[in-house]
Design a protein around this ligand. Structure first.
Ligand code: LFR
Length: 471
């Protein structure tokens, strides 16, 4: 077990990074090789991602990581947000992928699919919560590209550009709606009923397997010829959950980035009508685990609010929000009006007006209102997860960028009455690095062992619930 250096390309919906990771039996260190912004790009035909820019940032970051590594990189792993994909023909991308927050596609796709496969049946087959942008719905809305012969989810598309290989990494494939939860294979029956050619989808690979090695020109460009690209939990949430330093089945997590992904890790599905009605999903995790969670609004509400205000001082706003003593409105963060990009303060004010609630009076109270409303939604989702599974939750882990929001973590502790362990901030990159480290033989064991290494090496902060009365 000699420590190794690996690179993690981690693309979030709001920001991306390339991390240099060092991993060994008692060693787990991350250094940022590159950080860059990401977000929706509006075009005439809707919201897109600028994947070409992400590709360039990934290459630049990889070059920096390779140069900074204390020993030659053992591998690189890629993860990103889920569901979105590029369509290719003869190995070439036809168009920049659509963004899952595109409203029009989201309004069209579900009806087309449900007319053929009813939602109850879909849930029984794929176990996914209903999100109008699940790949299966987006594909139905995609009449534009009849010429496509291959679909690659975003991390698989990056891996294709780096290696030439075309694969479908399993954890992310589980978010398409086209994977059969019962067999673990692409659902041929649903595919044929929806008129989707099976050959559009690539062969599934498991986290930990080698996808390929860098194409000669890429290897030369980054100064790491022949570098293996290893599949990790390529769905960012799969990697984030690897990075949750939890132990035992009384721990729950909130993976808090653009979204707040709230739930539990299971080994057996809970495919009940109650789970479907509560919109709890069964996404595929690393090592065959199940991410039983629901998508709740995340830091998107805050980042879009700051964007609207033309501000970038979240820290100062949160400090001011912490000092707010008066009542702030609690609004429904799950209202669909908050999904598309736009003026969140105006939408919150409109929600309050429609519900006869006094709106926030200033910036600080608006931010406090968002924080408290998010905490309420997470506390509710945690209670639902516990009741759907019959589990008792005694500790909540908050990981991801949002774990730095101490006001929110404390509000969650207060509203759940449970201790909240905040961190690591870079849980996703750590989960990515750990799966590579294990594949390289630098560490061994199951998820428990990987998580114990995180708990031993990373900064975590504990928020005890306070005896306060909350509305
Ligand atoms: C989080 C995430 C969620 C997924 C959403 C859309 O970044 O991957 O898990 O539901 O983005 O892809």
């Amino acid at each position: 077990h000699t420590p190794v250096s690996v690179a993690a390309i981690d693309l979030g919906a709001s920001s991306g990074r390339v991390m240099l990771g060092e991993v060994g039996a008692d060693r787990l260190r991350l250094t940022a090789a590159a950080r860059f912004a990401n977000g929706p790009v509006r075009r005439d035909d809707g919201l897109h991602w600028d994947v070409s820019a992400l590709h360039r940032h990934a290459i630049d970051g990889l070059r920096s990581a390779a140069a900074a590594a204390p020993s030659a990189l053992a591998s690189v792993g890629i993860d990103s947000w889920a569901v979105d994909y590029g369509l290719l023909r003869d190995g070439r991308l036809l168009d920049e992928p659509f963004h899952y927050r595109d409203e029009e596609r989201g309004a069209v796709g579900p009806g087309l699919v449900h007319a053929v496969v009813p939602p109850e049946e879909l849930y029984a087959r794929n176990g996914l919560q209903f999100l109008p942008f699940n790949t299966v719905y987006q594909l139905a809305a995609d009449h534009a590209h009849p010429g496509a012969d291959r679909l690659l989810l975003v991390p698989d598309l990056l891996a294709h550009w780096l290696t030439g290989a075309e694969v479908a990494e399993r954890t992310n494939a589980s978010t398409t709606g086209l994977l059969d939860l019962r067999t673990g294979a692409w659902d041929d029956d649903v595919l044929s009923r929806l008129g989707i050619s099976r050959s559009l989808l690539a062969d599934l690979v498991e986290p930990g397997t080698t996808i390929g090695t860098l194409l000669p020109e890429v290897g030369e460009a980054v100064g790491a010829p022949g570098l293996p690209v290893v599949a990790v939990g390529s769905h960012d949430t799969a990697s984030a959950v690897v990075g949750v330093p939890m132990a035992g089945d009384e721990a729950a997590y909130v993976s808090l980035g653009t979204w707040g992904l709230v739930g539990l890790e299971l080994t057996e599905p809970v495919l009940t009508e109650e789970a479907r009605a509560a919109n709890f999903t069964h996404e595929g995790g690393v090592d065959g685990t199940i991410r039983f969670l629901t998508n709740v609004m995340g830091t998107w509400l805050l980042s879009e609010t700051l964007r609207t205000w033309g501000r970038d001082d979240l820290g100062a706003l949160l400090a001011a929000a912490a000092d707010v003593t008066g009542e702030v409105p609690l609004f429904d963060v799950q209202d669909p009006r908050f999904v598309p990009p736009g003026d969140m303060p105006a939408r919150i004010a409109a929600w309050c007006a429609e519900h006869d609630v006094a709106p926030p009076v200033d910036a600080a109270s608006l931010v406090r209102s968002v924080v408290e409303s998010l905490a309420v939604a997470y506390a509710d989702a945690l209670a639902t997860a516990a009741s759907l599974t019959g589990r008792t939750v005694r500790q909540v882990h908050v990981v991801g960028g949002g774990s730095q929001n101490a006001l929110l973590c404390q509000a969650l502790a207060d509203r759940t009455g449970l201790p909240v362990v905040a961190g690591p901030v870079e849980a996703t990159a750590l989960g990515n690095v750990l799966v590579q480290g294990r594949a390289a033989g630098a560490i061994s064991g199951g998820l428990d062992d990987l998580r114990a290494l995180i708990a031993r090496t990373q900064d975590l902060r504990r928020h005890e619930p306070r005896e306060v009365s909350v509305p």
